[in-house]
Every structure is written in structure tokens, then in C-alpha cells.
Design a protein around this ligand. Structure first.
Ligand SMILES: Cc1cc2nc3c(=O)[nH]c(=O)nc-3n(C[C@H](O)[C@H](O)[C@H](O)COP(=O)(O)OP(=O)(O)OC[C@H]3O[C@@H](n4cnc5c(N)ncnc54)[C@H](O)[C@@H]3O)c2cc1C
Length: 450
């Protein structure tokens, strides 16, 4: 359903819930959801806006741990946003602030707590899959980081040892001449390190499984229900959709990259959505994999700031993702897809003849703090939010969704202090898109020369 315009950063195309997404996940044997629109007057304890991993995990936590009534309102159907269309890397991450900067600014203990939360978030996904009996085509034991230039490998080895010694995370090192033996060679790969943490999954199967589990647990889920206004009523809230008025004592905002600056105003200018684009090829045969020297099922990414992420999936299709367009228009989308295809052919030259079957894009979310957030919205009593996973939200949003539900209920939570820091506002929020352009130019130069 197309809702009334809200104050959002991108062109309407990025938020159009009626336009086809075009992802491989939709064709991967999933049974689509069909939650009805909210209608009439509804009263509940907690209203959740957004039906991705954050909102769904919050709903599950509210039902399972707190036995509370909750209503989840989703503009399309649960999983429509980034959660149902991402690369499916359940891995460490959630911040772009380096661990060394975190140690300098917040201390070693806080940084260790942040890393422990990232490890716990991967466990959370694994636990969800088992607990709700979700078959999400998992594969890949850990994650492979590849040096995109010869001079990057030594720095990566150093970093891996630092992670191992400081946080106890296991890594193995693969010099360039051993990449072929790992089925991970290519002209732009100059050595790699494998982190023992994380695995890959089908993100839409995970989303839909969570939605069905939340419904089974007693949460009331509504699709086609864009919240267009939030008003305070005493200590609680009144939310408006095109067809319903929802009264709730507490509110959880779980809209991440699809957030609007005026929903609520208190979050305005404190997040920066970015487009990421993904292509998926036809299945690649074993002979073709051998010809390219790429046969590993490890999820992988390269050492660029503007990184590529890729993985050979269980059916032989190859997923290849990277930063997307700066504007959500058909022409910019097409140009981003062409760039992606060009990079794919350069990095995997023996696969130049292999057709792209699927191309799509979606919005992830950065913050000025450079790390994720879960907690109360400072100037809006009774309202809470979890967002800003910096393109690493499969695991982290699953963790933060549970945490924000506990925080809303006043339950003591083992949330790392870094994630509890209130979100700072971007200095000139209206210029955020120009800042993206500037950053992309800077990072392109760094990736090439420094
Ligand atoms: C192309 C792409 C690739 C990615 N790859 C990876 C990856 O491999 N690994 C990884 O860890 N992370 C990845 N990410 C990031 C990850 O997908 C997100 O961090 C995560 O899904 C965020 O979950 P969420 O529930 O917070 O938000 P979302 O899943 O984006 O859900 C937000 C929902 O809120 C709804 N909404 C917004 N406004 C309203 C409103 N007013 N009323 C009702 N509903 C509303 C939207 O319709 C949307 O469904 C990727 C993201 C993208 C876009």
C-alpha cells in the first residue's frame, strides 16, 4: 500500500511497497505472508512499528519473556524491508567505528562487552532458527575477508592477531599462494583471513519464520499498515494508519533504513539510510567453479572501504553485493547494477559469460555515532528504538530487537554501554545525501591508492 508522504531521505521509489522487489529470495521456495491491515480502534500494551528482524524479535521477546500483549504494524508484509532482501551474512558487526577507536574512546571493558554482544547476536540467530524450526538454507562456517591489494594482507594479519588476543575470536590466515587450495582465488585476492564466527542464511526464510513464530506466540501482526502519525496521549501513544487508530502504553520504533525523519520527530536527523545493491547469478556448475578457482561455500568480503560481499549459495548461484546508488531512481538503480556487474566480471573473469538472474536493492542504516543503538528515545517518554546496524543487522537486529523489548519493560539488560549511547544528530541533516557522495569519492580514492 502506498502511504502518504513522510519526511524521508530518498525518492518514493525506495519506499514503494507495491513495486516488485525482484530478489532471488522471493523465488527460493517461500510461502508469502498475508497479514491483514489493522482496522478500527485497537488498544494494546506495546505497539511496534516495523516488521523486520528488530520488530519481530521485539514482539517475540514481549510475548515469550514478558507475556505482554503487543501489536506489530508493518507498511508492507513482515520481511519486506532490509530483513527480507539482504545478503544473508549472519556475522560480527553492527558498527563502523573500529575496535581500536572504541577502546580509545570508551575503554577496553566497554569494547569487550560490545564484541561479546556481537558474538551473542550470532548465537541468537542460530537459536531462533532451532527454536522456531526455521529451515533457512544455512551454510558457511565463519567468514572470509580477502585483501584486495597485496599491501592489505599484512595489516589484516595484524588485525586478526589483535582480535584473537584481545577478544578471543579465532582466525586462520591464508597467504595468497594458498587461496587456490581453499577454493577462494581470483585476480584481486592477495591473501585472506577466516574468522570462525558467523554463518550464512536465506534472509527471507528467516524473516518469514520469525513472523510466523511471533504470530504463534500471540503477537498481533498487521501488514499493509503504514503508521503515518504518532501522537502522545497521557503517558501513552496514539498511532494512526489509513484504516486504524492504535492506542498503546509503550512504543517501539523498528524501522531502521526505512525510518522517516518525522516518525517520530525525536529521531529526525539521527540516522542515515544507504542503498546497497545485490545481484544473483544463475547456478554455476562445478566445472565453471573450477575454471574460476572459486568453490568455497564461505561467505566472503573484500578489504575495500566500499566493500564487495559475495558467496556461493547451496544451489550454486553466486550472490554479489556492494554499495548501491545515491538516488532511488530507475536510471541510478540501473547504473548501480551495471557497476556491480562490471566489478563482478573484473573480480571473477572466468564467469563473464554467466548471466545475472536477479538484481535488487534495499536500505541499510548508519548513525552519526558510527555504531548501533538500542534504548529509550530521549525526548519521547515511553518510546524506544533499536536501529543503525551499519549493514550488519541479520545478527545484530535479532539481538537488539530482544534487548529493546526488555529495556521497554524495565528488565535489566546486559546491553553493552556503547549501544546505549543516545543517537547524536548529524550536523546538517538536510545535507546527508551530499555527505554520502563526498564519502564515496573519498573511499574510492582510498581503496585504490592508500
Ligand atoms: C541489500 C542489503 C544487503 C544487506 N546485507 C546484509 C548482510 O548480508 N548481513 C547483515 O548482517 N546485514 C545486511 N544488511 C542489513 C540488514 O538487512 C539490516 O540491518 C536489518 O535487516 C535491519 O532490520 P530491521 O528490522 O531493523 O529493519 P528492516 O528489515 O529494514 O525493517 C524495517 C521495516 O519497517 C517498516 N516501516 C518503516 N516505516 C514504517 C511505518 N511508518 N509504518 C509501518 N512500517 C514501517 C518497513 O516497511 C520495513 O519492513 C543488508 C541490507 C541491505 C539493504
Amino acid at each position: 500500500m502506498r502511504g502518504p508522504p513522510m519526511k524521508r531521505l530518498y525518492e518514493p521509489m525506495a519506499y514503494d511497497t507495491e513495486a516488485p522487489i525482484g530478489s532471488w529470495w522471493e523465488d527460493s521456495g517461500v510461502e508469502p505472508l498475508d497479514f491483514p491491515a489493522a482496522k478500527g480502534d485497537i488498544t494494546t500494551e506495546v505497539a511496534i512499528i516495523g516488521g523486520g528482524y528488530t520488530g519481530l524479535n521485539a514482539a517475540l521477546q514481549l510475548r515469550e519473556e514478558h507475556g505482554l500483549e503487543c501489536v506489530l504494524l508493518e507498511a508492507a508484509q513482515p520481511g519486506w524491508g532490509a530483513s527480507g532482501r539482504n545478503g544473508g551474512f549472519a556475522c560480527l558487526g553492527g558498527a563502523v567505528m573500529s575496535t581500536k577507536t572504541q577502546i580509545k574512546r570508551f575503554g577496553l571493558d566497554a569494547t569487550k562487552a560490545h564484541m561479546a554482544a556481537q558474538m551473542a547476536s550470532i548465537e541468537r540467530v542460530a537459536d531462533n532458527l532451532v527454536r522456531y524450526n526455521i529451515d533457512a538454507d544455512t551454510h558457511s562456517k565463519g567468514e572470509l575477508l580477502l585483501a584486495h591489494r597485496p599491501d592489505k594482507y599484512a595489516g589484516m594479519q595484524h588485525e586478526a592477531r589483535f582480535y584473537r588476543d584481545t577478544f578471543g575470536i579465532g582466525f586462520s590466515e591464508i597467504p595468497k599462494d594458498q587461496l587456490a587450495a581453499h577454493g577462494a582465488s581470483g585476480p584481486e585476492f592477495h591473501g585472506g583471513i577466516i574468522s570462525k564466527a558467523g554463518f550464512a542464511l536465506n534472509p527471507l526464510k528467516y524473516s518469514l519464520g520469525l513472523a510466523r513464530a511471533a504470530q504463534k506466540a500471540g503477537a498481533r501482526l498487521f501488514g499493509g499498515s503504514t503508521v503515518t502519525a504518532i501522537a502522545k496521549e497521557g503517558a501513552g501513544f496514539i498511532l494512526t494508519t489509513g484504516t486504524a487508530t492504535i492506542r498503546a502504553k509503550k512504543l517501539i520504533i523498528a524501522t531502521n533504513g526505512y525510518s522517516a525523519d518525522d516518525l517520530p520527530n525525536a529521531l529526525g536527523g539521527r540516522f542515515l539510510p544507504l542503498l546497497s545493491t545485490i545481484m544473483v547469478t544463475r547456478p554455476i556448475t562445478e566445472d565453471e567453479q573450477t575454471a574460476q578457482g572459486w568453490a568455497t561455500d564461505l561467505m566472503a568480503y573484500d578489504s575495500r572501504h566500499l566493500l564487495h560481499y559475495f558467496r556461493l549459495m547451496p544451489d550454486g548461484r553466486f550472490l554479489f553485493g556492494q554499495r548501491g546508488a545515491v538516488t532511488a531512481t530507475p536510471a541510478a538503480t540501473k547504473a548501480a547494477q551495471q557497476t556491480s556487474r562490471r566489478d563482478f566480471e573484473r573480480m571473477f573473469p572466468a564467469w563473464r559469460h554467466i548471466k545475472t538472474d536477479y538484481n535488487w536493492a534495499g536500505l541499510l542504516c548508519l548513525t552519526r555515532n558510527l555504531h548501533q543503538f538500542a534504548g529509550p528515545i530521549p525526548t519521547l517518554q515511553g518510546a524506544f528504538a533499536a536501529l543503525g546496524y551499519h549493514g550488519n543487522g541479520v545478527a545484530m537486529a535479532s539481538y537488539a530487537g530482544r534487548a529493546v523489548a526488555d529495556i521497554a519493560m524495565g528488565k535489566p539488560v546486559d546491553l553493552p554501554p556503547i549501544m546505549a549511547r543516545p543517537l547524536n544528530r548529524f550536523p546538517l541533516p538536510a545535507l546527508r545525501r551530499w555527505a554520502i557522495r563526498g564519502a564515496y569519492v573519498k573511499y574510492q580514492l582510498q581503496d585504490r591508492f592508500f
